[in-house]
Design a protein around this ligand. Structure first.
Ligand code: ATP
Ligand code: MG
Length: 416
């Protein structure tokens, strides 16, 4: 029955995938804390305006990707497609300007109505880091250092490339925009339908087009680097110098623009060639005008988001900690069954991982213990129960010993 399928573009996450997500998130949290970021958790839905006004009326996300609905009281709400707008909203509505600079991190599910394919889902997960209230380029460097540090910890830094660019300040971007319009006008008829519309409304977006024909035209478009004013140039070179000081390798990609409207100055992406077309694993940039534009106090901002699914695709087993190996309790007979339930409970209270089969003979239960990758088994037969002992078997070596029921916890210490 079709309705019992997961919704297109959504997935159930379990076993190794769940552990990989957990591994990535726990390293992310530890690194973020080290850089002085505190956790923020914003709601999964916001008023539609929060996203519509900030991401830009012409952005892909707003024009075709938002999950928007009306709730029972007629409010227009949207499932968050990204974190920054929600965090900026929280900064404003929480009156946090008194506390600025604020450094946040967050992680959780995002929702975009996209065409599902490898590395592109309708519900996906992001980790996210933001610094609000720091207009200096040091924040850009620090946030990039944190991203690189995190990627190093999960074993990915040498498999990705950091590409950066500057989108300049408002003046520089206006000059560049004019130059782009002149350039693209000449090829207007050859541009994709989407890009023809972008030409009128937001020509920078054409640079981000995934259409092959567009890409060929974009290849010879003017470079923003030639349109940066003095201030923007200084800002960008301060960021580059900071990266060099910290030995963080990067390449300048003059065509790199980001899909959302709110960026200025620094834009960056960590990309890989290992994932095919969906090669950007972590991306972000500076958004100095966003909070003001939303109606808050003028506050600079910079942030990035990483896609958990894409990162998880790259993480290899060798970097993951081994799953914790349980101890299996295997009772045989009615009396043993009762004793086993009590023993399992006592051991769990002491912090042991205990696997309890519910039924089956000895052979079946041992098989299940092996399947659970149990490190040891506690065998409890009727005869042993009468003598108030159990047999503890090391499932790797096969070695076993008889242990008094009262000493089981002691005997299990090596298997903790
Ligand atoms: P793309 O160009 O791939 O569409 P984007 O610019 O829309 O990316 P961002 O908004 O910058 O992506 O999101 C940050 C990261 O989140 C991306 O680099 C990617 O790793 C991940 N991501 C974005 N959209 C999806 C999706 N639909 N499914 C899975 N991961 C995604
Ligand atoms: Mg996208």
């Amino acid at each position: 029955m079709a309705r019992l399928q997961p919704v297109r573009g959504t997935h159930d996450i379990l076993e190794i995938k769940a552990r990989t997500f957990d591994y990535i998130v726990s390293h992310f949290k530890a690194v973020a804390e080290r850089y002085g970021h505190g956790e923020i958790s914003t709601p999964i839905f916001e008023f539609t305006e929060v996203f519509k006004r900030t991401l830009g009326e012409t952005s892909d996300v707003v024009t075709k990707e938002m999950y928007t609905f009306e709730d029972r009281s007629g409010e227009q709400l949207t499932l968050r497609p990204e974190y920054t707008a929600g965090i900026a909203r929280a900064f404003i509505s929480g009156g946090m300007q008194q506390l600025a600079p604020c450094k946040f991190y967050a992680y959780g599910p995002m929702f975009r109505y996209e065409r599902p394919q490898k590395g592109r889902m309708r519900q996906f997960h992001q980790i996210d880091a933001e610094i609000l209230g720091v207009p200096e380029p040091q924040a850009d460097v620090e946030l990039l250092a944190m991203a690189a540090d995190f990627l190093r910890e999960i074993g990915l830094l040498d498999r990705v490339t950091l590409e950066i660019n500057s989108l300049g300040d408002v003046e520089s971007r206006q000059a560049y925009r004019d130059a782009l319009v002149v350039y693209f006008q000449e090829y207007k008829d050859q541009l994709s339908q989407d890009s023809q519309e972008r030409l009128d409304r937001n020509p920078l977006r054409i640079l981000d087009s995934k259409n092959e024909g567009d890409k060929a035209i974009v290849a010879n478009a003017p470079s923003i680097q030639d349109y940066l004013n003095e201030e923007s140039r200084l800002f960008f070179s301060a960021v580059c110098q900071g990266l060099e000081l910290l030995d963080i390798p990067y390449t300048v990609n003059e065509r790199l623009v980001r899909g959302l409207d709110y960026y200025s100055h620094t834009a960056f992406e960590f990309t890989t060639t290992e994932l095919g077309a969906q090669g950007t694993v972590l991306a972000g940039g500076r958004y100095d005008k966003l909070i003001e534009q939303m109606g808050g106090p003028a506050t600079a901002g910079i942030g990035w988001a990483g896609g958990l699914e894409r990162l998880a695709e790259l993480v290899t087993a060798e970097h993951m900690p081994e799953a914790h190996r349980p101890v299996a309790i295997i009772p045989m007979g009615g009396l043993a069954q009762v004793k086993a339930m009590k023993l399992a409970h006592d051991l769990r209270l002491q912090g042991f991982h205990i696997e309890m089969g519910y039924r089956g003979n000895l052979g079946k239960r041992l098989k299940r213990a092996n399947k659970a990758n149990a490190v040891a088994a506690i065998l409890m037969g009727e005869d042993e129960m009468a003598r108030r002992v159990v047999t503890v078997r090391n499932l790797d070596s096969g070695e076993q010993q008889e242990v008094a029921l009262s000493d089981v916890a002691q005997a299990l210490q090596p298997y903790r």
